[in-house]
Design a protein. Structure first.
Length: 123
C-alpha cells in the first residue's frame, strides 16, 4: 500500500512538486533536460553556474490523484511556460475537486496554454 506524497518535494535543485489536499499535484521543472530555456545547458547533476538553476521558462506536468500524469495534447509535459501561466496552472489544479473529470482538466490545461500562446503572438 503506497502512502500519499508529502505536500512539497524538491527535485535535484532544478524544480519542485506540489501535492494538494484534493490529491492532484503539479511538477514544475526548469533545469537541464527539461522543456525550458535551460534544456541544453548540460548535466543537471553538475553544479549550477551560480549555485542555483534558474530559467525564464519551465515545464509543467500534472499528477492525477492516482499519481499518473495527466495527458495534455500529445504529451504529459507542457513546456516552455512563463511564470504567469505556471501560477495559473498551480491555482487551477489546487482548486479542483478530488474527483474532477480528467478530460475536463485536460481541456482546461490545453485552453490555458493556447490562450497564453495567443497572448504572446499578439504582443
Amino acid at each position: 500500500m503506497s502512502t500519499a506524497p508529502q505536500a512539497f518535494r524538491s527535485c535535484a535543485n532544478k524544480g519542485f512538486q506540489l501535492f494538494f489536499e484534493n490529491k492532484w499535484g503539479v511538477s514544475v521543472q526548469f533545469g537541464p533536460d527539461n522543456y525550458c530555456d535551460r534544456r541544453s545547458f548540460g548535466d543537471y547533476t553538475a553544479n549550477p553556474p551560480t549555485g542555483i538553476w534558474e530559467s525564464a521558462t519551465a515545464e509543467v506536468a500534472v499528477f492525477k490523484p492516482d499519481m499518473s500524469f495527466l495527458r495534455v495534447g500529445n504529451d504529459t509535459v507542457m513546456g516552455w511556460l512563463g511564470s504567469n501561466l505556471v501560477g495559473q496552472i498551480i491555482s487551477v489544479i489546487g482548486s479542483l475537486a478530488g474527483d474532477a473529470d480528467h478530460q475536463v482538466v485536460t481541456n482546461r490545461m490545453e485552453g490555458l496554454v493556447a490562450m497564453d500562446s495567443f497572448r504572446k503572438s499578439e504582443a
